[in-house]
Structure formats: C-alpha cells, structure tokens
Design a protein around this ligand. Structure first.
Ligand SMILES: Cc1cc2nc3c(=O)[nH]c(=O)nc-3n(C[C@H](O)[C@H](O)[C@H](O)COP(=O)(O)OP(=O)(O)OC[C@H]3O[C@@H](n4cnc5c(N)ncnc54)[C@H](O)[C@@H]3O)c2cc1C
Length: 428
C-alpha cells in the first residue's frame, strides 16, 4: 500500500509554503527543484546575490506586513521607489502618464493633447479591451509612446487582445493637474501600488522563503508530482513511487496541473488549452559599478529587447561586492515568437551598452540567464471563463490551486502569501 497523507502540497512556491506553514495536520510537500522558493529564489554567484529578476515586497495588507516583519526581524529595509522610463534617448520619471518632462517637445505636446481629449470623453463609452481603455483614459500620445509598445512587449500580444480585468492597482491614473505639473517640471509623486517597498537587507528575497519554510515539517525536494489519479486518490511521483492523498494544494501552473490529471473530461482539457502566457528571460549581470541610484527602468521602445531592467544592488548594498553593481533584465517571449536564450543574451547586452547602462562588455564581471517559462498569464477573452471552470472542477475533487500561476493571474508575492494563509485557515 502506498503511504497516505491527508494533505499533499505540490510545489514549494511562496503560496504553498504560506499554506503549509500555517497547517498543523498530516502533510507532505513535494518540490521538483533542488530547493523550495519557485520564482522567489536567490542565487549566490561570485560574491553577488541575484534574485530571479527583481522581487520587491509591496505590502498593503497589515497581516502580511506583520508576518514579513516578524519573519525577517532586523533584516528588512523600507525603500522609496526611484523608477524611470527610458525612451526617445532620455530617462523620464515613472509613471509615464504623469511625467512627460524631459521628452522631446513634440512628444510632450502629443501626449498632452491626447490626454486633454481623453479627459473630455472619458465617460462616453465602456472600453471593451485594454487598448480602448488606454485611449479613453490617456489618449493617443501616451498610448503610442508608452502604453501600447510597453504592454505589447511584456504580454507579447496586442493591447486589443487584453481585457481590462488585470489593471486594478497596476496602472496609476493621474488627474489633469498632475499631468500638467509633470509636463512642465521635474515634479514627482508616489503614485501607484509600488511607491514604497520592502526588501531584505541581506540574502535577497529567498531569505523570506527560508524563514517561511522553518515551520514546515515534511518537505521533499528533487521529487515532483508526475500524475494525479482522482479515482484511486493516488499521485505518481517523478521517482515512480506512489502516494495516497486526501486533498491536494498546488502552486503548479494551472495548465501543467491539469495536464497531470489522468482521465479528465474533454471539456476540462479543452479549457486548459485556452490558457495563454508569456515567458521571460531574466538576465542577471554583475558589473563594475557606475554610481547609478535608480531602482528600475521601463523600456517601452521596440528597438530595445528588454521591457525592463533594474539595479538589484540599489535595493541593498549587500547584493554586490564592494566596487561592483548588479543588474537584472527582463525580456518577454511567447511560444509563437520563439527567441532563443543565447540570441536574447547577446542582444540584451548589446542594448544595455547602446543605452549606456554598461560601458562595454569588459564591465561585466558575471552573468546568468534564467528562463521563466510561466511569467505572465495572459488576460484575453477566454481567460476568465476557463480559469473559473478549471478551479471549480479542481475544488470539487478537493484540489486547491493557489498562487500566481495556480490561479492563473497577475499578482504579487503578497497575494500568494494571503492565499496560503486563507486556505490554511478556512479550508484545510
Ligand atoms: C518577471 C516577474 C517579476 C516579478 N516581480 C515581483 C515583485 O517585484 N514583487 C512581487 O511581490 N512579486 C513579483 N512577481 C510575482 C512572484 O514571482 C509570484 O507572485 C510568486 O513567486 C508566486 O509564487 P507561487 O507560489 O505562485 O509559485 P511559483 O514561484 O511559480 O512556484 C511554483 C513551484 O512549483 C514547483 N513545481 C512545478 N511543477 C511541479 C511538480 N510537478 N511537482 C512538484 N513541484 C513542482 C516549481 O519548481 C516551483 O518551485 C514577479 C513575477 C515575475 C514573472
């Protein structure tokens, strides 16, 4: 008889760790990688600490703030965002829509005129997609110079394909007074969900993962779940062993989780095929420091490959050895627009040199590319119905799919932690 566990956690992402750390029953967690943490892992390389792209703690929920502060103790700093946009050969402040100052005059006037026209029309009709939403909120200039190209790069689909469900806190909406102030002066504010953020002083974001892992009793790494049999309530592991389960909590990406389920209804397989995503190459670079104090920079223009880069060593000095700095870059790709890792790496470095972020290749002390297969779940017109159908199906079989990829959503570490806390409290 295979070993039986009342609860099996599949995947050691931050959401499952949050649920498992608050759960006192009979449980085991299987993680297919060599250690838990998922996207919230940090790597030590030649004296540098690199996260798998920038992972900053934006904490709005007082419960999570308290939890994170308790877990990290003194090892946490609060920082005020210093983020920028690089376009037309200049850096302007984030968010683009309220900081045109410094852009070429013709671009400033195009953005302002579009914004005035949009403000006049705002309530006339309900936007059907993200492209229409941008046009009604911000007008043609902001659409053309930032919102359309940036979002097309990140999501890898046309802004017309995207719905507006994901916008929530992610796109700040300035009033006209702020827009004008930000066009005629270098005024800046703290708009948006990420104006302040927390970050560990030492050890990168994985420090939080390590602290969350402490109360979890049974974690087995380098063993993944390969198959889920709902009839026998048994899992087949990547070792070939079988394990019986009462219920499952998974942070595996929803399409991959559904694929693991044997003999599911056709309608469920079909729904899963409707889910789309963009992937990200995260190139981390340790380099000879040049004294820049920016945190991160959005890069909307198509001529440059990355959609964003940031300076991890400006989140904490301990991320890089003395005299050195560290950078992360993010480049999105999709299954249909294949971009191989090596081509991406070469083009990103070339772009960083052309933009002036690096002097030359000689500045690079160390580098590493991570391929983040599931990075952004695409909010197209099929997503909502498919996700709710799939989650309902899973829950009727006592499978709780949580986390950014388990719920197939655009969300942050804080949301993943909350989902884990709530699941352990109310359902397990
Ligand atoms: C580019 C980018 C930037 C981001 N920046 C931020 C940020 O600044 N701030 C922020 O709060 N959030 C950020 N996020 C979001 C953050 O990464 C996620 O919210 C968080 O990591 C989600 O964790 P999770 O629990 O959903 O699972 P994941 O981190 O996806 O972990 C899933 C785990 O399951 C394991 N697994 C997969 N298949 C199996 C299997 N068959 N068997 C066993 N184990 C398996 C994997 O190895 C992995 O460990 C960013 C995300 C991206 C893509």
């Amino acid at each position: 008889m295979p070993q039986f566990y009342e609860t099996v956690f599949i995947g050691g992402g931050i959401s499952c760790l949050s649920a498992a750390s608050g759960f006192r029953g009979d449980a085991i967690l299987f993680e297919r990688a060599d250690r838990v943490g998922g996207l919230c892992k940090s790597d030590q390389l030649a004296g540098f600490t690199f996260d798998r792209t920038g992972h900053l703690l934006h904490l709005r929920d007082p419960r999570v703030r308290r939890l994170v502060k308790r877990l990290l103790g003194d090892n946490i700093d609060e920082l005020a965002r210093n983020s920028w946009i690089y376009s037309h050969g200049v850096y302007t402040r984030y968010p683009f829509q309220s900081h045109f100052f410094g852009l070429p005059p013709e671009v400033v006037s195009e953005c302002l005129l579009g914004m005035f026209a949009a403000h006049k029309k705002t309530n006339r009709y309900q936007p059907k997609n993200f492209a229409q939403w941008v046009m009604t909120r911000f007008g043609r200039g902001v659409a053309r110079h930032f919102m359309f190209p940036y979002n097309q790069k990140l999501w890898t689909v046309s802004p017309r394909t995207l719905t507006t469900e994901w916008l929530g806190r992610f796109v700040p909406k300035p009033d006209l007074k702020e827009v004008i102030r930000g066009a005629v002066s270098d005024w800046h504010d703290d708009a948006g969900y990420n104006a302040k953020f927390f970050y560990p002083v030492k050890g990168g974001i994985e420090t939080l993962v390590k602290a969350m892992t402490r109360p979890v009793k049974r974690i087995v790494c380098q063993v993944g779940v390969a198959k889920i049999d709902l009839k026998t309530r048994q899992l087949t592991l990547t070792t070939g062993d079988r394990v019986g389960f009462g219920r499952l909590v998974s942070c595996v990406a929803l399409p991959a989780l559904i694929k693991m389920i044997a003999s599911k209804p056709d309608r469920i397989s079909k729904m899963a095929t409707k889910l789309r995503w963009s992937s990200v190459y995260n190139l981390n670079i340790g380099f000879k420091d040049r004294g820049c104090d920016r945190h991160w920079v959005y890069v909307p223009e198509n001529r440059w490959l990355p959609y964003r880069f940031g300076y991890a060593s400006n989140f904490s000095k301990t991320m890089a050895p003395r005299g050195a700095g560290s950078l992360y870059t993010e480049t999105a790709y999709s299954r249909t627009q294949r971009l191989d890792k090596e081509t991406a790496r070469r083009r990103i470095i070339r772009d960083l040199i052309a933009i002036g972020v690096l002097n030359s290749k000689k500045d690079i002390l160390v580098e590493k590319v991570h391929d983040l297969k599931y990075a952004y779940a695409i909010y197209d017109r099929n997503r909502k119905r498919s996700v709710s159908g799939l989650l309902d199906y899973l829950e009727t079989h006592e499978i709780y799919s949580i986390g950014r990829y388990g719920r197939w959503e655009y969300s942050a570490m804080e949301d993943a932690i909350i989902q884990g806390i709530d699941l352990a409290k109310y359902k397990l």
